[in-house]
Design a protein around this ligand. Sequence first.
Ligand code: PMP
Length: 404
Amino acid sequence: LWQQVPLEPPDNIFELTAAYKVDPFAKKVNLGVGAYRDDDNKPWVLPVVRKATARLLNDDTLDHEYLPILGLPEYTTAAAKLILGSESPAISEGRAVSVQTISGTGANHLGALFLSRFYGFNGPAKVYLSNPTWVNHHAIFRNVGIEPVDYAYYDPKTIGLDFTGFLDALRKAPDRSVFLLHACAHNPTGVDPTPKQWDAIGDVILEKKLFAFFDCAYQGFASGDMDLDAWAVRRFVDRGVPLLVCQSFAKNAGLYGERVGALHVVLSDKKTADWARSQLSVLQRSEIGNPPSHGARLVSLILNDPELFTEWKRDIETMAGRIIDMRKELYQLLTEVYKTPGKWDHILNQIGMFSFTGLNGEQCRAMVEWAHIYMAGNGRISMAGLNSHSVEYVAESLDKVVRG
Ligand code: PMP
């Protein structure tokens, strides 16, 4: 009956984590992990989340009834304001549709599914993905029959943005093509366009009537400031770019396992938004029925209570600040202490949780096999995996591996 099922090789990052766990080497380091760790390499429950959880536990008015199909209204409304801005014309004009989703992955899926059913593709359904991108993007779009196509993004020569290649891809794509854009803290490269570059990207998008499929999994992680990290999305809404945004509270609230996310689709007018909402509701029902309540209640409390909201922003600054400090320390060790050959400015300049080191496949393998420093084969390291106890050993090992 099942002879047709082929064996799928295990996911690289999960395999890496498994190998790290059983490695007895005392100084081993895991730089593959895509989750925040504190300075003692422990998962961090945000203090504001602990406080909000205690409030929920003491609230005996809560029950376990179904949430509405589109989610907890006070959660989706507050989540929309967080990403689109509290003064967003799209919200006040009733042309933003917000749906609670199974974290960012679910938002990407529902957004892709919605496009696959209703978007006016110019020819066969395709989505343009940055090269490289979060690996799951390919599978998510393929699952709904939308073929992924790469667009130039990362330039290995500069370890930065291939801005010319990116603009070229936008110009050459057929009108109305869909481009997936990382709103901030690009995964896996840590390379974001500058505001001026975003504006030039927006010009071509408007000129060619392209659709911007924003994925925002790291709001607050790039700069430590929620508003700054939403700048590109808000700018595009202001300029009238047709778009949607996938939002996740996995990283910025440390709620990885609670699966709290949202999909926001911005339309041209209220009537179209009402129609879109009705169809999203049908899709959501057949996919997950009603979304889960616990994580949405937690985030709703934090977003809607000014005191908790201020505290949350402080917690995000703590996480973003620690990552920025690690970037500075690693950079300083490589350039001043070890005087490692090559340029390392990208360690400072790249944004968010991840950094592309520029190490080649062989060097990455040496880091894992020789130094017990677990990192992806494409040279990506998670800055959150570094801490004051491990950064020296990582810098020393990087230096040795680069010198060969
Ligand atoms: N988009 C990007 C770019 C990501 O890096 C991630 C997390 N790795 C996600 C979406 C989805 O994460 P989650 O489903 O945990 O919110």
